[in-house]
Design a protein around this ligand. Structure first.
Ligand SMILES: COc1cc(O)cc(C/C=C(\C)CC/C=C(\C)CC/C=C(\C)CC/C=C(\C)CC/C=C(\C)CC/C=C(\C)CC/C=C(\C)CC/C=C(\C)CC/C=C(\C)CCC=C(C)C)c1O
Ligand SMILES: C[S@@+](CC[C@H](N)C(=O)[O-])C[C@H]1O[C@@H](n2cnc3c(N)ncnc32)[C@H](O)[C@@H]1O
Length: 320
């Protein structure tokens, strides 16, 4: 079977040499590459509103999530007044996993998407079991109890792999998994979205929630998503997007720049990481631009849904 090492040679060589032209037109934010010289295009990018070298960015992003890991979940509930939970639930209902789904959750951090997936497939499997038992009306209650006990896989064959580049985020995720009683069907892998440590054609669904904005080469991460998905597999991305209503946009800016970093400082003792959060949101492409990037990576039937006036969007695409 082909492995992740089997990426075309030109791709590997151009990537390691950082030749101009390898990158797509991204980044295109206010301080993005389109304002830079041809030579600098291959080496400079943005970290929030700051211009940094591509080599520097990964380390800076790593430091942000290492720093916020312990307060990450509480901060999300506070900053979003719990709304991020609704967005994540919507991602799961859009996915509507079938029994036996193999999910890869990239930039999975503290496991929010993975735990939702496990709860979803568990409930789905239980429901299916109940329906089957109801259909077998002639069974005695002892036989029904026996059938329940002999059930070996309560997830019906579904599995999720959480992959994240940050050890601290994964550590918190594993602690949460233990506390919530998740063990079966869950694996944690340290890895980079730009160079996934998985074989080709391995997963039915690839998710990335609030992760892709932090990746240095978004085009590379999208190509990797395409590579590891099975033919017919689905890409789903939940990410901050563009608010189009001018009034809401004004309020949103006020809240983002005046409140979020203050909350970051008060709750997590970390102004800078939350300043990076709001700045990185402004650097991310619009719904339509991101849709094009997903198509460029080879996905088909690409669609998106804007949620909460476009504060976030869910993009979907298929490897056909
Ligand atoms: C370091 O990197 C990160 C760290 C992290 O912890 C998380 C992430 C990734 C993010 C997530 C996993 C998602 C969860 C996190 C967030 C949603 C935080 C980011 C928040 C924003 C960019 C702002 C938008 C927030 C929301 C839509 C949540 C709801 C909040 C409100 C409705 C605001 C209510 C607050 C107040 C009333 C307090 C007083 C506010 C002011 C004085 C400022 C003025 C503000 C307003 C008048 C209202 C604000 C209005 C809006 C936000 C727009 C309203 C929208 C609609 C009506 C649709 C990570 O990468
Ligand atoms: C805002 S958190 C999102 C966590 C989780 N998906 C959620 O929705 O709560 C962003 C995550 O992206 C991870 N990340 C950043 N760059 C990455 C990369 N190149 N490869 C894999 N993960 C990365 C960070 O370590 C962090 O855990």
């Amino acid at each position: 079977m082909a492995t992740h090492r089997s990426r075309p040679l030109w791709s590997r060589v151009m990537r390691s040499c950082r030749l101009p032209g390898f990158r797509s037109s991204w980044p295109r934010g206010p301080l993005g590459a389109r304002h830079l010289s041809q030579e600098k295009q291959a080496t400079e990018t943005h970290f929030g509103f700051e211009t940094v070298s591509e080599e520097e960015k990964g380390g800076k992003v790593y430091h942000v999530f290492e720093s916020v890991a312990k307060k990450y979940d509480v901060m999300n509930d506070m900053m979003s007044l719990g709304i991020h939970r609704v967005w994540k639930d919507l991602l799961l209902s859009k996915m509507h996993p079938f029994p036996g789904t193999q999910l890869l959750d990239v930039a999975g951090g503290t496991g929010d998407i993975a735990f939702r997936f496990l709860n979803y497939v568990h409930a789905q499997h239980k429901g299916k079991q109940k329906r089957q038992l109801r259909a077998q009306q002639n069974l005695s209650w002892e036989e029904i109890a026996k059938k329940y006990q002999s059930e070996e896989d309560p997830l019906g064959g579904s599995r999720v792999v959480v992959c994240d580049i940050n050890k601290e985020m994964l550590k918190i995720g594993k602690q949460k998994a233990r506390a919530q009683g998740h063990k079966a069907g869950l694996a944690w892998v340290l890895g980079d979205a730009e160079e996934l440590p998985f074989d080709d054609d391995k997963f039915d669904v690839y998710t990335i929630a609030f992760g892709i904005r932090n990746v240095t080469h978004i085009d590379q991460a999208l190509q990797e998503a395409h590579r590891v998905l099975k033919p017919g597999g689905r890409f789903l991305c939940l990410e901050f997007s563009q608010v189009n209503n001018p009034l809401i946009s004004r309020l949103y800016d006020l809240y983002s720049f005046q409140v979020i970093p203050v909350l970051g400082e008060v709750v997590a003792g970390d102004w800078k990481s939350y300043q990076y959060l709001v700045e990185s949101i402004r650097q991310f492409p619009s719904q339509e631009e991101f849709k094009e990037m997903i198509e460029d990576a080879g996905f088909e039937k690409v669609t998106y849904e804007s949620l909460t006036s476009g504060i976030v969007a869910i993009h979907s695409g298929f490897k056909l």
